[in-house]
Design a protein around this ligand. Structure first.
Ligand SMILES: CC(C)(COP(=O)(O)OP(=O)(O)OC[C@H]1O[C@@H](n2cnc3c(N)ncnc32)[C@H](O)[C@@H]1OP(=O)(O)O)[C@@H](O)C(=O)NCCC(=O)NCCS
Length: 204
């Protein structure tokens, strides 16, 4: 069951300066509505489906984790993990839509379908903000999918009326810092966390 409607992407919206198109817009994935979420057409000809995560995605999420490099795991979770335990995978697939969003990019050209990317939000209602995380499998990077997921997460925060979206990013994670900078995020100082940046986009 899809928990949240996914609005159409609009790179040209004049009232959303933080979403101005990066230089790579010419390569931006194209999206059209499909029976299973939205069909994402990538510049190299491959296609994925963008939709909300489902409880039935547990096995696909665990397989996706096993394809990640230790470096990608550390960059996503900020610590090492050798596997995604089933209880954690269950928890990650069974979201509470009031305070969570989880979008997946699913490759349906293989059987069973494989998750190639995940974008996630945890809302802190008291702080009027949401923490994001994003992940794209190595073979699918540098095609605009990370940016696509981030834009959708920012859109979702705006839809929720939140004041801010933020996330922790390792300072060594140049690609993510570059990606977020292109989307208008700025760095917030973190005195007690050497090696980690908190990056923030104000929405109000
Ligand atoms: C960071 C990550 C999400 C980027 O995903 P992606 O699909 O490659 O992102 P995009 O294709 O939209 O790239 C956007 C921009 O990011 C930067 N970028 C992405 N990969 C890069 C790389 N390997 N080297 C340098 N810059 C890179 C570039 O500015 C890129 O634009 P460009 O391709 O025009 O140069 C992906 O590499 C990943 O999942 N990493 C592991 C998990 C992680 O780091 N998560 C972030 C913390 S939550």
């Amino acid at each position: 069951m899809d928990m949240l409607p996914l609005p159409a992407i609009d790179f040209s919206s004049p009232d959303e300066p933080a979403l101005r198109p990066p230089a790579r817009q010419r390569f931006a994935p194209r999206l059209v509505p499909a029976t299973s979420g939205e069909l994402v057409s990538i510049q190299d000809g491959r296609q994925l489906h963008l939709r909300s995560i489902r409880p039935s995605d547990i096995d696909a999420l665990r397989r996706c984790f096993l394809r990640l490099s230790p470096e990608d795991v550390r960059r996503r979770f900020l610590h090492a993990m050798s596997e995604l335990p089933t209880p954690m995978a269950q928890r990650l697939c069974q979201i509470a839509p009031v305070i969570e969003t989880a979008l997946v990019l699913v490759d349906e050209t293989v059987v069973p379908g494989e998750i190639r990317g995940v974008g996630r939000l945890y809302v802190d209602e008291a702080a009027d903000s949401a923490e994001f995380s994003v992940l794209v499998e190595k073979d699918w990077t540098r095609l605009g999918l990370g940016a696509l997921l981030m834009r959708r997460l920012v859109d979702d925060c705006r839809r929720r009326g939140l004041a801010e979206i933020w996330g922790y990013v390792l300072l060594e994670n140049r690609s993510m810092l570059d990606l977020c900078k292109a989307l208008g995020f700025v760095r917030r100082r973190m005195e007690n966390e050497p090696g980690v940046a908190q990056i923030v986009l104000r929405l109000t």
